[in-house]
Design a protein around this ligand. Structure first.
Ligand SMILES: [Zn+2]
Ligand SMILES: [Zn+2]
Length: 374
């Protein structure tokens, strides 16, 4: 019996989310049905609304962070069973491709299917999610702004049943991405100077990752005072309101050393931010670009003479260059032991019908993290 469920649907860029009833097919081979408990409101969904990220098909269910309970499994599913609690992972991990099998699940080959309209478990034209006769696409094959979800088992990671769903939902994208940007991609070492540019739901966790990796100074840069205060609460040692202000202060602050790593996480990254961000980096320093820019822009300003002569590097990262099946349980275990602060990240809670209010609050800089509770 197909399942009817309410979901926040986007019919095109620059529109509001509309809560509508969609129909889910029964789970087929390798598929599961999940009852959503909490969905995270990440900036990436806002990128689709603003048109920075073009998706190939509308209508489109938003949301790629979430946690919930498995209610039904299809034939051949072995990694979860009904009653299990899971975190959704926007990065699928098949466990068998070249990347998964070499410890780089964030680059799993299944990722090529993330923006297909049909499920990654099915062939093209095999309908799974519909409004009337129309196919409905889902963000990263998830679409967590929905009471119930039909997913590939490769898109979920089982979590311990006593962990709160809200923190599990955040770990599945923003926390893992920020923490991993510092720990995995920047490879922060004890005694390092680290700058994090942009203290949103991802940047705040880059601050936590840098602190936990033993950075001597963690410099948080954000124009919003409340976010700078939050950064100090979670491990920053110094804050500045802009890159320009930091460039004036960091030479003295670091006794001329500058920053071993700089992590760039503004809401939207622009090509003209690369040069000033690189100027914060030390000789031999690393700039990690975690935020995404407009997918149709390719102009970047950077001084190539200084890049080579100062032996610097610029690195991109997706999912903080981590492994969802290892990192999600590990981050939740660090939360359980009090090392990683997650409850402090949630600023506001919304119902599904308040989704547009939640995104307005994000635009207004009110939230570190907003979540939808079902
Ligand atoms: Zn996200
Ligand atoms: Zn794989």
């Amino acid at each position: 019996m197909p399942t009817k469920t309410n979901a926040a649907v986007l019919w095109g860029p620059n529109q509001d989310w509309k809560v509508e009833e969609i129909t889910l097919d029964d789970p087929g081979p390798g598929e599961i049905r999940v009852r959503t408990a909490v969905a995270g409101m990440c900036h990436s969904d806002e990128h689709v609304v603003q048109g920075d990220m073009m998706v190939p098909h509308f209508p489109f269910v938003g949301g790629h962070e979430g946690a919930g309970e498995v209610v039904e499994v299809g034939p051949g599913v072995t990694s979860v069973r009904p009653g299990d609690h899971v975190a959704m992972s926007f990065i699928p991990s098949c466990g068998r491709c070249r990347y998964c099998s070499t410890g780089r699940q964030n680059l799993c080959d299944e990722g090529a299917k993330l923006f297909d309209t049909h499920m990654m478990t099915r062939g093209m034209g095999d309908q799974s999610h519909t409004i009337g006769d129309a196919d409905v696409a889902r963000f990263a094959q998830l679409g967590t702004f929905s009471e119930e979800l039909l997913l590939s088992e490769n898109s979920v990671v089982r979590i311990e049943p006593d962990l709160p769903f809200d923190v599990a939902a955040l770990v599945s994208c923003g926390v893992a991405t920020g923490w991993g940007s510092a720990v995995h991609r920047a490879n922060v070492q004890p005694g390092d100077n680290v700058a994090v540019i942009g203290i949103g739901g991802v940047g705040i966790n880059a601050v936590q990752g840098a602190r936990m990796a033993g950075a001597k100074r963690v410099i948080a840069i954000d124009p919003v005072e409340f976010k700078r205060e939050k950064a100090m609460e979670l491990g920053a040692t110094h804050t500045y309101s802009s890159i320009e202000e930091a460039l004036l202060a960091v030479p003295d602050l670091t006794w001329g050393d500058m920053c071993d790593s700089v992590i760039l996480v503004p809401g939207v990254v622009k090509g003209d931010m690369i040069e000033p961000a690189l100027n914060l980096a030390a000789k031999g320093g690393t700039l990690v670009v975690t935020a995404i820019g407009n997918m149709f822009e390719s102009d970047v300003t950077m001084n190539l003479f200084m890049l080579s002569m100062m032996n610097k590097e610029v690195k991109g990262t997706v999912f903080g260059s981590g492994n969802p099946r290892a990192d999600i349980p590990a981050l939740l275990a660090m939360y359980r032991e009090g090392q990683l602060k997650l409850d402090e990240l949630i600023t506001n809670r919304y119902t599904l019908s308040q989704v547009n209010q939640g995104y307005q609050d994000m635009r207004d800089g009110v939230n570190i993290r907003g979540v939808i509770e079902f």
